[in-house]
Design a protein. Structure first.
Ligand code: GDP
Ligand code: MG
Length: 363
């Protein structure tokens, strides 16, 4: 067993900025999410602050006065909810001596930590390089007047241009690698043809891994972290009519994840898009479940699977103590299935729905 060295854990201050005090509540919800993400990434969030400003400060984002205050707080990371410009990052890092990160950095770090297959590792590196390139491009606005190619190489070339060229070269190489790996995966996928595949999709923490376990008793890691399952985990299940199916636990969605990032993880999400049926899992006990469902549907639309064969599954009904609320939701969503993955209730309804959907399946 490893001992966790407290000194190695980076302490993070979580910072949000709003224009009016009325926007504070929404921001606080996002900061709570960011806090959970930071924990998943392995940092220790120590405090959350919300700054109210009419306008973003172009030099220090939160303003010089506030930035100076932060110098005295004992943290290693200043973690911002929004993306800062490269200049703001550089200025803040120089002034405070602390590392400046944003939500996107944290999400990419989590993907990086959980990437185990070759293709997901390549995807993570590609996403990181692309994000860094955006930052460099931001830096080099004046430089881009020079253009690229003949006449711009050789002596006189700035470090920035070298960095940019190196990054682009690496991106080209990785894209080719990814294509190669994907071709091998296609071949592997053929072996599964003929088996009905079901992917579990949904917002992080909605209970995807718990549901997988409830069905199949597979030893999937279940925990409270966001994004715990990057490599799709697959187990065999069986319906009441004896129909076998493959159940796939996919990576979770998260609100506010840039669609560009989501799209760059296409090969990781392929398991979900190529499945015969999808279970859209929603944590009914979340205050924001309707918003979360909206966000999930947005990503599904992006992946062209919103109109495909899906079952809406409301999970954690054990947490709804008021029966009237539950009955109302059942009226509101007549096609949905209501379950508790933890207590294994409602699973027979779900299995029957799966049998119904499978009728439309032709080998
Ligand atoms: P994932 O991120 O979607 O894979 O979610 P997990 O399966 O890891 O579950 C997230 C948390 O919700 C865990 O603490 C689970 O124990 C809990 N959870 C999952 N299903 C239920 C349920 O039906 N009822 C309750 N009360 N908690 C649940
Ligand atoms: Mg999970």
């Amino acid at each position: 067993m490893f001992e966790v060295n407290e000194q190695l854990i980076e302490r993070a201050l979580i910072i949000g900025l709003v224009h009016k005090s009325t926007d504070k509540e929404k921001e606080l919800h996002e900061l709570n999410e960011l806090e959970a993400l930071a924990k998943t990434a392995g940092a220790k969030p120590v405090e959350k602050i919300i700054q109210i400003r009419d306008k973003v400060d172009p030099t220090y984002y939160i303003g010089k006065g506030k930035a100076e205050e932060l110098c005295n707080i004992d943290v290693d990371i200043l973690l911002f909810n929004e993306s800062l410009s490269p200049a703001q990052i550089a200025n803040l890092e120089e002034l405070t001596g602390k590392k400046v990160l944003d939500r996107q950095d944290i999400i990419l770090d989590i993907f990086a930590q959980h990437a185990r297959t070759k293709s997901s590792k390549i995807e993570v590196e590609l996403a990181q390089l692309n994000y860094n390139l955006t930052r460099l491009t931001g830096h080099g606005r004046e430089l881009s007047r020079l253009g690229g190619g003949i006449g711009t190489r050789g002596p006189g070339e700035t470090k920035l241009e070298v960095d940019r060229r190196k990054i682009r070269k690496r991106i080209d190489y990785l894209k080719k690698e990814l294509k190669k790996v994907e071709r091998t995966r296609d071949i592997q996928r053929h072996h599964r043809d003929g088996i009905y595949t079901i992917a579990i999709l949904g917002y992080t923490n909605s209970g995807k891994s718990t549901l997988l376990n409830a069905f199949t008793n597979a030893n999937t890691v279940v925990n409270n972290q966001l994004f715990v399952t990057l490599d799709p985990l697959t187990r065999i299940g069986v319906t009441n009519k004896g129909n076998k199916f493959l159940l796939i636990d996919t990576v979770g969605f998260i609100r506010g994840i840039p669609t560009q990032i989501m799209a760059s993880f296409r090969s990781t999400l392929e398991e979900a898009t190529k499945a015969n049926l999808r279970l859209i899992l929603v944590d009914i006990s979340s205050e924001k479940f309707e918003e979360e469902l909206d966000e999930t549907e947005k990503v599904m639309e992006e992946l062209n699977i919103l109109e495909s064969l899906n079952i809406l599954v409301f999970n954690k009904i054990d947490r709804i103590v008021d029966n009237a609320i539950l009955n109302n939701l059942k009226k509101q969503y007549p096609n949905a299935v209501f379950i508790s993955a933890k207590n294994k209730t409602g699973l027979n309804d779900l299995l029957d729905k799966i049998d119904d959907c499978k009728k439309h399946f032709r080998n």
